[in-house]
Write a protein that binds this ligand. Structure first.
Ligand code: CMC
Length: 428
């Protein structure tokens, strides 16, 4: 017999089904509770609420486990490539060799973006934030590829839209960077692999051939894999909820990009470096800044620390910390903020405020230091997070659509004024 729990409301008793996941996680299905009792549930920030069942990513915050389609993040970061992981997330299985070649060929055939899109790049002020540009440009793809707007598209048609977005995204991201420098854009080179092509469009020059260091491409692959999905976080939930209205893929992802931008989410990687720089300029006193983070009258938070779900350690942070050491050594880069980051981490991990609240370094604590060593400006960091998260957002949008999930529409408890009558302006 399937498990249920009982809820008593007044003299009414309701039996609620229990849903059990693959790893024995449990949820109480409350979908009928309002119809049966008139009550709704309230959970600000959805700290305790599952919005969907999903077969994409498994995360155990207590144990520090992260798996994509069952594969541990540690193995994927070590052995796979970003495009292969994208295939895995979107289609559910690792590709065979021929499936991968076919996928790679299809993606490389769609890397160009409509020439008129360049007018958008020209229109943005040079100093506008890359995330604002990215969100606008990805949304604008819907204007250039109207055949992708059909909510009743076949799986094959949806698949073509997915390929187009995967293919064009690195071109857009690299062009935003080129614009910030005032440099001419570099067109895609389809003989290169996905990450190699992106790096060539970013660091390549029209005037000369630029060799991309294999250390750089390997680091980039690893970072993108680590960011590729993270189940129902703020931006992914945004993508699913926008998509649940049958909005097209481009516009759903554009909304996800906007959600990612905030410093409490993806914007933290930029905020971390800005914070470390500030601490450095202030003399590098980590104790002083930790005291600020602990002071409830001070709005300062230790950026790159804490996570809604990880309450032990963030497995991505572990991999990134090691990668950071390796990459800086291999590239021969000495970055004084790395020393400050390490000191800050060590002090925080021995401080009861952080220990008691289970606050550990998250994925963003060290990623910015790597991006900086690779030559990216600070305001591009969150765009790189978006490039990594793209396959996860696509996979989640596709799953939501395949499962024909209902439109997302939370309820509320109204706490405003009771009924009152309009008073004319002259009498107020
Ligand atoms: N510095 C100082 N105190 C903190 C921090 C921090 N970074 N994070 C949480 N706390 C405190 C918070 O003040 C609260 O204390 P108290 O119980 O005394 O009121 C307690 O810890 C619980 O915090 P919360 O805000 O209720 O936790 P949350 O799950 O709502 O927030 C978070 C999670 C990631 C938004 C938060 O930890 C934070 O603001 N961290 C800094 C921003 C950051 O690094 N974000 C990147 C997240 S990882 C990348 C991604 O997936 O987007």
């Amino acid at each position: 017999m399937s498990e249920t729990v009982s809820l008593n409301i007044g003299d009414k008793q309701v039996k609620l089904p229990v849903i059990t996941g693959t790893e024995n996680e449990k949820a109480i299905d409350i979908s009928k509770i309002r119809a049966e009792t008139g009550y709704i549930t309230l959970d600000p920030g959805f700290k305790n609420t599952g919005a969907t069942t999903s077969a994409i990513t498994y995360l155990d915050g207590e144990e520090g486990i992260l798996r994509y389609r069952g594969y541990p993040i540690e193995e994927l970061a070590e052995k796979s490539s970003f495009l292969e992981v994208a295939y895995l997330l979107i289609y559910g299985e690792l590709p065979t060799k021929s499936e991968f070649i076919d996928f790679q060929n299809k993606v490389s055939r769609h890397t160009l973006i409509h020439e008129d899109m360049k007018k958008f790049f020209e229109g943005f002020p040079t100093k506008s934030h890359p995330m604002g540009q990215l969100s606008a440009l990805v949304g604008a793809l819907s204007a250039f590829y109207p055949e992708s707007l059909n909510p009743d598209a076949t799986e094959e048609e949806d698949n073509l839209t997915i390929i187009k977005l995967l293919a064009k995204f690195p071109t857009i991201v690299s062009w935003i960077y080129k614009k910030s420098l005032g440099h001419p854009v570099i067109y895609p080179k389809n003989s290169l692999d996905y990450v190699g092509n992106y790096l060539n469009m970013t660091f390549g020059q029209l005037t000369e051939d630029v060799e991309i260091d294999p250390i750089v491409s390997s680091a980039m692959n690893k970072l993108l894999i680590l960011h590729a999905d993270h189940e129902q976080n703020c931006s992914t939930s945004t993508v699913r909820i926008v998509g649940s209205s049958n909005a097209n893929l481009f516009t759903s992802i554009s909304a996800g990009i906007s959600a990612l931008w905030g410093p409490l989410h993806g914007g933290a990687n930029q905020a971390v470096i800005e914070m470390l720089e500030k601490i450095k300029e202030d003399g590098g006193d980590s104790e002083k800044w930790l005291a600020k983070a602990k002071d409830k009258n001070d709005p300062f938070r230790l950026m790159g620390f804490g996570h809604r779900v990880y309450k032990n350690f963030d497995p991505r942070a572990k991999i990134i910390k090691k990668a950071c050491d390796d990459i800086l050594n291999n590239l021969g880069v000495k970055d004084p903020v790395l020393d400050i980051a390490k000191k800050l981490e060590e002090t925080a991990l021995n401080d009861s405020y952080f220990v008691d609240r289970k606050l550990y370094p998250n994925v963003d604590f060290y990623s910015g230091i790597i991006y900086r060593a690779l030559g990216f400006p600070t305001d591009m960091f969150t765009v790189l997070f978006a490039l990594g998260r793209l396959p996860g957002w696509i996979a989640q949008w596709k799953e939501m659509r395949t499962n024909k999930e209902p439109i997302g529409r939370p309820r509320q408890i109204y706490t405003g004024e009771g009924k009152r009558h309009f008073v004319a302006l002259k009498d107020r």
